[in-house]
Design a binder for this molecule. Sequence first.
Ligand code: ADP
Ligand code: MG
Length: 729
Amino acid sequence: MSSPLDVLLARAGIAGLQAAPASKLAKKGVRTVRDLLEYVPRTYMDISKTVKIRDLKIGEQATVLGTVHKVDGRYLRGRKHMLSVKVGDGTGYVEVVYWNQPFRAKNFSQGRVVAVAGRFERRAGKLQVSGNVIVETIRGDDDGVHTGRIIPIHPATEGVSPMMIRRYVHSALKRYAKDIEEPLPPELVRRRKLPPRAEAIGELHFPTGHDTYVHAKRRLAFEELFVLEAGLAVRKHRFEQEVRGLAQAGGAELVERFLGSLPFKPTGAQRRAIEEIAADMAEPRPMHRLLQGEVGSGKTVVAVAAALVAAGSGAQTAFMAPTEVLAEQHFLTVRRLLDPLADAAPSEDGRLFGEGFGVELLTSAVTGKARERALEEAASGRATLLIGTHALIQEGVAFQRLGLAVVDEQHRFGVHQRIALRAKGADGADPDLLIMTATPIPRTLAMTLYGDLDVGVLDEMPAGRIKVRTKVLGPGDRDQAYDLIRSEVAAGRQAFIVCPLVSDSEALEAKAATTEHERISKDVFPDLRVGLIHGRLRSSDKERVMQAMRDGEIDVLVATTVIEVGVDFPDATVMVVEDADRFGLSQLHQLRGRIGRSEHPATCFLLTSLDEADTEQRQAARERLKAMSETTDGFLLAEKDLEIRGEGQLFGRGAVTAEDGTGAPAQAGQSDLRFASPLVRNVELLADARKEAFALVEKDPRLKTPEHAALREEVRRRFGERLDWLFAG
Ligand code: ADP
Ligand code: MG
């Protein structure tokens, strides 16, 4: 069913909205009339009551309407830039001052009609406003779109100003408001006395009163969460009805022996997580558990313990990592960790396996005879653990009796992967699933958004860890970082030099890394052992480099982001990130997690050539670096990231629904949640929506009744094809 709202903007018959602005808006994720109508204003400005400049009261918040008389930008001594915009309304003048934002000059030309809202002060005899000020261009020949009311200020984009967007939205509302459908069930709308959707959308853009948009937003947020939860409820319902798991209740002794054999004492959090997992696995329904733990919190040990529960219950484990490099590392780690248990019989009931634990590696780097052997070990059941990349379950790997799948460092595990996994379970049952991630998602939020995942947290770091010190350096200060590398290497430690991100191109990145490696090994550290790793190296070469690093044969490793996730070298204590401003916050956090993995103090240098924050983009980059230097707490950083990037973009399409098997990042500017905040702020609303949605699905599990047709359609639209299998049959 297609709705008139799904028409592309350039064809929507909206005055002035032709191909050029439409393609610019599309970059912001605003492609259709629906997108435009759901494009949430950044803020509002009340110009229903403006004040004459003559009547302005000093220090009070007010809005004036006037014409730009003069625009003047210049650098002052000390290189500070000052942009001054003089606005007059016939009764006097005010001056709007912007510091260090020269790019704003292009927004103002003489004669332009603007509204200025802020707190006006008197400085040097002039009425001035700076800092927290909103200046908005208003069309002179107004038809009521812009003046005499509360106006929306939508997030602008290159070449499409808030004023233009305001006109488009106004015209879209006129023409399409009648096509806005109500996805909420009529009973719910009546009982909760909700305004109709069309009305809420209208208020969202052109509020008729001072706080009407607040109610409108709340209603839309509720609806959005309700639809999301309804989708999750349908899935959960179906899942519980149709899916059978293995009751894996063995392995307790193995786990105790394992924990006792570790060279360190497991943290309380690790013990708790293992207990939760063992309890879940003992149940006959399949486990679906997400384990969150900061980088370095020790998730691998928990995964191995879970594998021992499976082994002790007579089943195999598939352990999947996002990269070959990481799979290889896990393989070595797991084998080492299980070494002390070599004499233990893996399966208590003797149902499987030969002597000791078979651990096999299967990545695309494992070929020929070695590959055949690994496949044979998996199929015969002699391999207790099969370690590989996420493709493991999708390749033609047969297991004798698969009981557990561990997915490391990926919080998105799509339906396709789950289906592939299901097909491999023992006795036609779903294997237990443990997903591990360092991506911090507030707990309540994760529980609700993932719907059918149970969430556990490793909220305790191994004892003795010292926080990584982080310093932001200009390019002139590089020597400071190199000096520290030198002294740390002299003390037997290792360092990473991370090369800049190059426009999503692995080939260019590899080239840049190769050049940097040459520079570092010839000009900077000719006396040290400098290694190189990047995505374009052959698998066997990557392996060799990782092994050399482990064996302490490399002092300084020049790397691309292939080392971003999971890599564990306890002796690495220094990291230099070149052009750190190009990286996202979560990426920097992951990268930094590669050092400080022992009791030795560690330092991370973030290099940047951004000095003046003269564009919004650069400003955001500087804020990211500042946040990095202020905290090592992943949760705080995630919240900060939301703040800087704007809400709703942290998780992207796949993560919110946990359905996007591709693991691809969401497109910039696009998010699943348009109205609801993914921050804890909306948790109550979320809980409320969840309760309603689950109650409804309890009564109508497939949303088959006619009153739920619109809801069903909306769930489909939101979840996309990825959920179609839910409704099938
Ligand atoms: P992550 O959670 O980032 O995957 P890892 O599992 O790689 O963390 O563990 C990080 C490092 O900490 C490893 O070197 C590991 O051996 C070590 N480690 C794990 N648990 C503990 C513990 N309880 N005490 C001390 N060190 C630990
Ligand atoms: Mg890990």
